[in-house]
Design a protein around this ligand. Sequence first.
Ligand SMILES: Cc1cc2nc3c(=O)[nH]c(=O)nc-3n(C[C@H](O)[C@H](O)[C@H](O)COP(=O)(O)O)c2cc1C
Length: 158
Amino acid sequence: MNTIVVYYSLNGNTKMVAEKIAERLGCETSRVTTKKKMPQGKAGQILKGALITLLKARPAIRFEKEISDYDHIIICTPIWAGTFTPAIRSFISLNDMREKKISMVSTFDGGPGRCFKALEEEIKPKEVIATLELKKPASDPELDSKIDSFVGEVKRKA
Ligand SMILES: Cc1cc2nc3c(=O)[nH]c(=O)nc-3n(C[C@H](O)[C@H](O)[C@H](O)COP(=O)(O)O)c2cc1C
C-alpha cells in the first residue's frame, strides 16, 4: 500500500504524532494549513476554533502534496469541539477519498468525541484500516508504544 500522512496541527501535538507515524512507516507527510492565521492566544483559539467547527466552516487551506498517487491516507487531526478540525473538513471537500483506504488519528486534551464516526461519514472511504486516539500525547509516557501498535496494524493490513 502506498501511504501518506495528512495532518493539521495548530499547536504542534498532532504534528509530532504525524511525524512519528511517517518516520516509522517510512512514508511522506503532507501538512494542511489555513490561509488565514488563527489567533495566538489560547482563549482566542478556543473561541474562534470552536465557533468555526460548530458552523462546519471550510476555511481556505494549503496542503503540501497531492494524494492522487496514494491509496492509503492517514488523516491526523486535533479534536475541536468534539470533532475533527475545519481545515480537515476543507481538505476532504477538495480531495475525494471515496476510492481510498484511510486510517484516522486524533489528539485531544479531554476526550475524542465522535471524531472518527464524523470523519468516516464525511469521507465515505472504501475501507478503514486503523485508528488511534491520543490524549495529551506530549506527556503520555506510552506514546511510542501506542504509535508502534498502530503502525504494526497498518503494516499488517497493507
Ligand atoms: C479550538 C479548540 C477546540 C478544542 N476542543 C477540544 C475538545 O472539544 N475536546 C478535547 O478533548 N480537546 C479539545 N481541544 C484541545 C486539542 O484537541 C488538543 O490540545 C490537541 O492535542 C491540539 O493539537 P495541536 O497541538 O496539534 O493543535 C481544543 C483545542 C482548540 C484549540
